[in-house]
Design a protein around this ligand. Structure first.
Ligand code: C2E
Ligand code: CA
Ligand code: CA
Ligand code: CA
Length: 278
């Protein structure tokens, strides 16, 4: 009921209850399925560091609601996970992203789309079927799809996850460790699981010119990844100087506001049509 949560507000300041009221509304809109009607996917270019050529993009969920305005993924992905609704939402995003990418593949035969997968979504027993469906529905070849998963997934360390990751890899889908360095992944995971690329968390990129040790940490991470045969993506590339340093350190793929912000599909299509590189 609408007033059901009121008791928990008793000891909160008004501005606090406003934030909580928003969270409750988000939760209600998630449960009612409203999100599925309002969800959109934006696309942010991923750029080859040597040529500046667009190699593909990352799909990022966007939700606009008339009453609440823009609701960031940070506000709703975690809540959708708690409510056990991330599977349905993730499936919709994956389908949309694959359909879009298959269109972009016509213009650029080696186009690659990166899609974020929640650890909970990945752990679901139906996940492989969901991926197969999305590929079949869209006609997207598996080599054009990369799945980004955070280190969190690997913490469970269970064999089922390892097996699933192997099956995805066997199908020709690449796996990327997202937010590398920000969580708890031990070096051990890099060897044990079949990842093809590692994405350095943006916090390191954003700090690397203020702090020499961070710069050296980024360089060491890139070298470590290369030693293990992994490609490296840097996110949070906000300045020309970031891009230049990363290029010098042989980081092959770059992503960030310096090149472009996430944008609607139509805008990304126009960008692909009009320019080869960023
Ligand atoms: P992420 O996967 O690490 O995505 C990168 C985030 O960094 C995105 O935030 C992107 O807009 C932002 N970003 C891109 N370039 C720059 C830059 O140069 N500087 C800075 N400061 N930020 C930059 P966004 O779109 O708000 O997404 C936040 C997080 O929400 C994502 O982090 C991801 O963990 C999650 N997320 C977004 N879409 C999905 C989705 O479809 N499924 C799942 N499971 N999670 C998603
Ligand atoms: Ca990501
Ligand atoms: Ca990330
Ligand atoms: Ca993140």
């Amino acid at each position: 009921s609408k007033r059901g949560g009121d008791r928990s507000f008793r000891f909160f300041k008004p501005e606090m209850s406003e934030a909580l009221a928003r969270r409750l509304r988000i939760s209600t809109l998630l449960k009612s399925g409203q999100i599925l009607e309002e969800l959109d996917v934006y696309y942010q270019p991923v750029v080859q560091s040597d040529s500046g050529e667009i190699s593909g993009c990352e799909a990022l969920a966007r939700w606009h609601n008339e009453e609440l305005g823009w609701i960031s993924p940070e506000e709703f992905i975690g809540e959708a996970e708690r409510l056990n609704l991330i599977g349905e939402i993730g499936e919709l995003i994956l389908q949309r992203a694959c359909i879009q990418a298959s269109e972009w593949l016509y213009r650029k035969p080696d186009f690659v789309i990166n899609v974020n997968v929640s650890p909970l979504q990945m752990a679901d027993s139906g996940f492989l079927r969901v991926v197969n469906n999305a590929l079949q529905l869209s006609g997207l070849p598996s080599k054009a799809l990369k799945l980004e998963v955070t280190e969190q997934l690997l913490l469970s360390g269970n064999d089922l996850i390892q097996n699933k990751l192997q099956q995805l890899t066997d199908k020709g889908i690449s796996l990327v460790i997202d937010d590398f360095g920000s969580g708890y992944a031990s070096m051990n995971y890099l060897c044990r699981f079949p990842f093809q690329a590692l994405k350095i968390d943006k916090s390191f990129i954003l700090n690397m010119h203020d702090d020499d040790r961070t710069l050296r940490l980024v360089e060491a991470t890139i070298n470590l990844a290369h030693t293990l045969g992994l490609a490296v993506v840097a996110e949070g590339v906000e300045t020309a100087r970031h891009a230049e340093s990363l290029r010098e350190m042989q980081c092959e793929l770059l992503q960030g506001y310096h090149f472009a912000r996430p944008m609607p599909a139509e805008q990304f299509s126009r960008m692909l049509d009009t320019r080869e590189s960023l």
